[in-house]
Write a protein that binds this ligand. Structure first.
Ligand code: ADP
Length: 419
């Protein structure tokens, strides 16, 4: 039987929708978002994130670097920005710290009085802080936003993956030993679960370049990252050697690839960004299709016995143009072979918060949602929940719409909510 869920007052709902729109508008001005992940701490993830961002900026790209390691922000230290604080941008937003002409940086470290200040963040606070960094920071037009998240697959990477929307990819950092490699598998599984394509794996601390003779010494076993990349059919972006200058630069706040541009490690970073700057045609097509996922390209998934569930947001018995404002969802079970409606249930949705409705409809068994209008980010959240989205339906009762859909003569117009 249909469960009763508390409904948010309309004012709260529209406030949330406004925020959602603001976030989406900000994110749409950013070409690619690269979420830097690692299975565990200490593999040099923040060092790699900072130097990837700097390498992209040195290659002439407009870059943002966001540090969402809320418990141990290390980016300010690595880049010598420990004294910087965030300020207003004059339009109600937050001004990022400008490190070079092409590189803007934001870290929770810029909000703390002292880097040693312990901050206790609980789940929802983390979610809100990350949301604010993405939504309220005046990033402007960027080619890349590099995001350094804490190690593992906890709240922070999950929140980021849910919020950044289309044009996002993960870079996974590992060290060569087997024990680190096993952690990477978890990161890759996480990316699959949140539908985040992996642009590639970087093996850090891979061999030592002798400061005297310049020869490479493999302290740990090397090649583990590359082997894993091959095994999991993921690009290998390269090996960054252990270089004492990286520790030194990090300790003295000098961006390494800038200060030691001629070093082997800096060159390895420059090579690692090549596939990101110039993706292979198949990768580019994949990322383009991720960005323009407006209408479904795949056939809706049909259960074995040709039954399928179609969700339609309704208000006053008719399709509701703004799915977040609907009173109820009609969940129409159909038989696609017989082209007939099996049953229709009317369900009261839970409070409308980002990600909640897609997850809830997935739990109700919905395979497809037919809607009037829907923003890009909401569409990708539905896709992540294995629900295909059709937008631009202009009116009608759920039964009329579903009948037209089954008979393949459903008319669709513009996506009235595709901001
Ligand atoms: P994580 O973010 O994975 O916890 P960090 O980026 O903070 O790791 O790096 C941990 C330590 O390792 C830092 O002192 C950093 O300077 C050092 N480090 C990282 N990569 C290298 C490298 N390739 N060569 C030498 N030292 C490195």
């Amino acid at each position: 039987m249909n469960q009763k869920h508390p409904q948010l007052p309309m004012a709260d709902q529209s406030q949330q929708e406004m925020e959602e729109l603001e976030l989406q508008t900000r994110m749409e001005r950013i070409g690619q978002k690269l979420l830097v992940l690692s299975g565990k701490g200490g593999v040099g993830k923040s060092t790699v994130a900072a130097n990837l961002a700097m390498s992209l900026a040195l290659a002439g790209k407009k870059v943002g670097l966001l540090d969402v390691d809320l418990h141990g922000p290390s980016i300010p230290g690595i880049l010598g920005l420990g004294e910087k604080r965030l300020g207003p941008d004059g339009t109600g937003g937050i001004e990022p710290v400008q490190l070079t002409e092409n590189l803007k940086v934001v870290s929770v470290g810029f909000l703390l009085d002292s880097p040693k200040d312990p901050v206790i963040w609980r789940g929802p606070m983390k979610f809100n802080a990350i949301r604010q960094f993405l939504k309220d920071v005046n990033w402007g037009e960027l080619d890349f936003l590099v995001i350094d998240s804490p190690p593992g697959t906890g709240d922070e990477p999950l929140a980021v993956a849910q919020m950044i929307g289309p044009g996002s990819q993960a870079v996974i950092v590992t060290t060569p030993q087997d024990v680190a490699i096993n952690d990477v598998r978890r990161s890759i599984t996480f990316c699959h679960k949140v539908s985040l394509p992996v642009v590639g794996i970087i093996e850090n601390m891979s061999g030592l370049i002798c400061p005297d003779c310049g020869k490479r010494v493999d302290l740990f076993k090397s090649g583990g990252g590359e082997k894993l990349a091959e095994e999991m059919d993921i690009a290998f972006l390269g090996r960054i050697p252990l270089d004492p200058q990286i520790v030194h630069s990090g300790d003295h706040g000098r961006p390494f690839v800038h200060a030691f541009a001629e070093s082997n490690a800096a060159k390895a970073f420059a090579e690692a960004i090549e596939p990101i700057l110039n993706p292979s045609p198949s990768k580019k097509a994949e990322s383009d299709s991720q960005k323009s996922e407006k209408t479904p390209t795949k056939k809706p998934s049909v259960t074995e016995n040709s039954k399928m569930k179609i969700a339609i947001p309704v208000a006053g018995g008719q399709i509701c143009m703004h799915f977040g404002h609907c009173e109820q969802f009609a969940l129409v079970e159909v038989d696609t072979e017989a082209k007939s409606i099996v049953s229709t249930d009317y369900l009261n949705p839970p409070a409308h918060e980002p990600g909640v409705l897609p997850r809830w409809l997935h739990e109700q068994g919905a395979n497809i949602i037919l809607a009037g209008g829907m923003g890009q980010r909401a569409q990708s959240l539905f896709t992540q929940n294995e629900i295909q989205v059709v937008v631009g339906i202009t009116g009608g009762t759920p039964e009329e719409i579903v009948t037209a859909f089954l008979n393949e003569n459903l008319e669709t117009g513009d996506n009235v909510c595709d901001h």
